[in-house]
Design a protein around this ligand. Structure first.
Ligand code: ADP
Ligand code: MG
Length: 461
């Protein structure tokens, strides 16, 4: 079980974070509904508890439903766990516990807080390509763009602090934040610090390890404009969230500007502390919508003309039709075409495009079918495929059927009536009900949510 959980954690948090914190965990005994996990130092124990405690609980529970709680204790893998507290503890207890611990694979013991480097320059490098000039404005992003411009012109204006930018992957959040930074630095009157939430966490960790949190705080609190990108990264990282919350308050109270980006609106960022979400929503909240065909064409035109390579309108239209999800991919495809044209001195044609972008285009053709979804879901809950369209209403088949409808809505572009038809000619209201029911259940039951997410990932890959 543990190695499966480790795999999941590694995939979720990334190799570096996993190795820094989670690989140090060793598994202790299970007692009733509680499992004990050991960490070699108190520092690690507290950190893991604060950042990953809830997640570990959920993962263990999903893996072994009988386990409902995770206890984190300090003990090195090569020594016994601390003796039970209280002098009446039975003499044999520590010995039993020791045996269990010793039989575990030895985990590397971390050195105590290492001297870590804390950089004094907080102004992170800004990508010089990400300016207001190179940002193509259209209906889906014009509001966010206007807000960003406004903040760059007059930071800390009432009503625009904090500025909260949100939207899907690759829609230009980072671009706009860098543009704000570049503009402010060009004026040269203010100090700007831009960093990803992930970087914020690592700097905070480094500061704790080198016992320089005071300096870290002072540095952060001395900037005029603080920009934190991809705040959703702080979900489940309670210690870092807490620190960010205090920094945030100190800056706003001192009349400094905060700019934050995330993939969801403040109210949808469940997993962030309520008081933080509330404060994030207090200034200006601007969303960047998915691109439209027109905007994709404008972006492609701008990038093509900047490159100096002639790309026929037909090719641009073809790309804008095919690659709809995110601007980064659209840009990547165009860049590859341009590189090809430059390298081989050939002109760009539709035929050449299909050839050069063969792999990218294939990936975008891939669509999950409702049949595939039904098959995977039926397999997962061990029910018959025919029950996806049968009239049976027993919970054991009705629930998986609802999940399949939910996933069909999420992963395909089929309409509700079309989906209903595929499930034994059910009405579209049945599908609608299934979608809201599953959404609700996912919110209430983390183990169920895990299952659904896992299925989604399997189907998407
Ligand atoms: P996000 O941070 O929202 O995931 P990015 O800001 O990193 O997205 O944008 C991804 C890529 O797409 C970047 O290279 C960026 O310059 C480009 N891009 C996104 N939106 C636009 C736009 N409206 N105009 C020009 N380039 C854009
Ligand atoms: Mg980004």
């Amino acid at each position: 079980h543990w190695s499966r959980i480790c795999e999941r954690l590694k995939a979720e948090v990334g190799e570096v974070e996993y190795r820094t914190w989670l690989r140090q965990i060793t598994v202790g005994p299970v007692e009733e509904d509680e499992i004990t996990l050991y960490l070699p130092t108190r520092f690690l124990r507290d950190w893991v508890r604060g950042q990953y405690g809830d997640r570990l609980g959920t993962l263990w529970n999903a893996e072994v439903p009988a386990i409902r709680r995770v206890e984190l204790q300090v003990a090195r893998a090569d020594t016994a766990p601390p003796a039970p507290e209280g002098e009446d503890a039975p003499v044999s207890a520590p010995a039993v516990a020791r045996e269990k611990v010793v039989s575990m694979p030895a985990a590397p013991v971390v050195d105590e807080p290492r001297q870590a480097e804390v950089r004094t320059d907080l102004a992170a490098p800004l990508d010089p390509r990400f300016t207001f000039d190179t940002f193509v404005v259209g209906k889906p992003n014009e509001f966010a763009y206007a807000c960003a411009r406004r903040v760059a012109e007059r930071p800390s204006s009432p009503g625009f602090n904090p500025l909260f930018l949100y939207g899907g992957v690759g829609l230009g959040k980072t671009h706009l934040m860098h543009a704000i930074g570049a503009e402010l630095l060009r004026e040269g009157r203010v100090s700007v610090a831009y960093m990803s939430a992930e970087k914020f966490m690592y700097r905070f960790i480094a500061a704790i390890r080198s016992q320089s949190t005071m300096e870290f705080k002072e540095q952060l609190r001395s900037v005029d404009v603080l920009m934190i990108d991809d705040l959703q990264f702080l979900i489940g990282k309670d210690n870092t969230q807490e620190e960010f919350f205090h920094t945030f308050n100190a800056l706003v109270d001192a009349g400094r500007q905060i700019v934050v980006s995330a993939d969801k609106s403040p109210s949808d960022l469940s997993g962030l502390e309520d008081r933080l979400r509330t404060r994030l929503g207090c200034g200006m909240v601007a969303d960047i919508h998915a691109t439209t065909f027109e905007l994709r064409i404008s972006i492609l035109e701008a990038k093509a003309s900047a490159s100096g390579v002639v790309v026929p309108a037909k090719v641009l239209e073809f790309l804008a039709h095919k690659i709809t999800s995110n601007v980064r991919e659209l840009e990547g495809a165009l860049n590859r075409l341009i590189a090809h044209a430059n390298l081989f001195g050939r002109s760009v044609t539709l035929e050449a495009t299909q050839d050069v972008l063969h792999d990218i285009l294939k990936a975008h053709d891939r669509r999950v079918t409702i049949e595939e979804i039904q098959r995977k879901v039926a397999e997962h809950w061990n029910i018959r495929l025919t029950d996806m369209s049968s009239a049976r209403r027993a919970r054991a088949v009705a629930r998986p059927r609802q999940v399949a409808m939910y996933l069909a809505k999420q992963l395909t572009s089929r309409s509700l009536p079309e989906i209903g038809r595929k499930f034994g000619n059910r009405d579209h209201t049945t599908v609608m009900h299934a979608v809201s029911r599953v959404t609700e259940l996912m919110e209430q039951d983390p183990a169920f949510a895990e299952d659904v997410e896992l299925l989604r990932r399997m189907l998407e890959s």
